[in-house]
Write a protein that binds this ligand. Sequence first.
Ligand code: FES
Ligand code: FE2
Length: 382
Amino acid sequence: MPTTTRTAPGTSALLPSETVVARIRRHIEAGTTDVADGTWNEPVDNYRNDARFTNELAMLRSTAVPFCPSAAIARPGDYIARDSAGVPIVAARGNDGVVRAFRNACRHRGAAVVCGEGHAASFVCPYHGWVYQLDGRLRRVPHDQGFPDLDIASTGLAELPAFERHGLVFVRQEPSAPSASVDDLDDLAGVITVDYHYDGFGEAEQPVNWKLLVETFLEGYHIRFLHHDTFFPVQYDNVNVVESFGPNSRITFPYQNIARPFDTSDEMAVRGRMTYVHHLFPNVMLATFPGQILMIVLDPVTVDRTLVTTFAWRVGEAETRPGNPNLLNDGAAQDFAIARTIQHGLASGANDHLRFGLYEGAIAHFHRTLDAALAAIGEKLS
Ligand code: FES
Ligand SMILES: [Fe+2]
């Protein structure tokens, strides 16, 4: 059985890339990989229980989570509207350059004031034409004599705490919630560099509990079997470096060209030879690939449905991707397809719990952290 370096979740900052490369190479030579301190059993009921799901939504809404790339709303007037934890939100860059987030519901009768992405000088509600400034203030009400008691100054869009850090916009829906530590986010410095340009986003719904989708990203033990015709021909099976930073994790997946000599101090050269998957607790992946970066948001819709939103950055025309140009799409399709069978099988009664072994330690870290976060929410609510 492979044995090697043990990782201690929740303690250390991330290793520099040169050190990760060296550790990967030692693993390849020795036939080893990172292993966790212990295994984890997650009750099947935790993926199906509506009360638990409601608490998970409350936890998500009280956590500052990545909403979109800063580059997606780079200019004043740029906006993105989408649902987060079931709540419609719009983030926009104001004329002062500041990113703000609002509940995307008109203060008249609640219509969505804007949809999708775009650029606007102001938000005009499509129902009766109330006009909001980019800073959320209500500017105009058609036929305002119909609202004799309306205080325009205090009836702007409902604003939510938002901030930018290392190229990402974070939004927290419950302003009164205890502020999560953002110090851990400093480990993301340098991930999104000027070499990458933002390239848009897409959405797709999966009939799967959000945590089953999170789990697909957090281990490399399935590369040979599930990805035999996609990732396995260019990567390694079960050779990973697994680290944590606060509630988050980073899993390194090497490509076979990492074994050949190259300048390991050149970060872009490193990124052509291994993929970093950052799991930003609770539900966002920030992953580097040769020639591109993806931010994948796994937003719970119901206990058995998840909205997957994928934002992309590219280097040039991404001509540096190895092999199959559809590698990432094809590989992700395999992950989502297997997750659908797991979701279907939850009701089979075959398992009381799902088992996570020593190669799946980042998943254990996720569930351990989630349990603690739900306990904190429960204390706050009680
Ligand atoms: S609901 Fe927005 S203007 Fe009426
Ligand atoms: Fe996978």
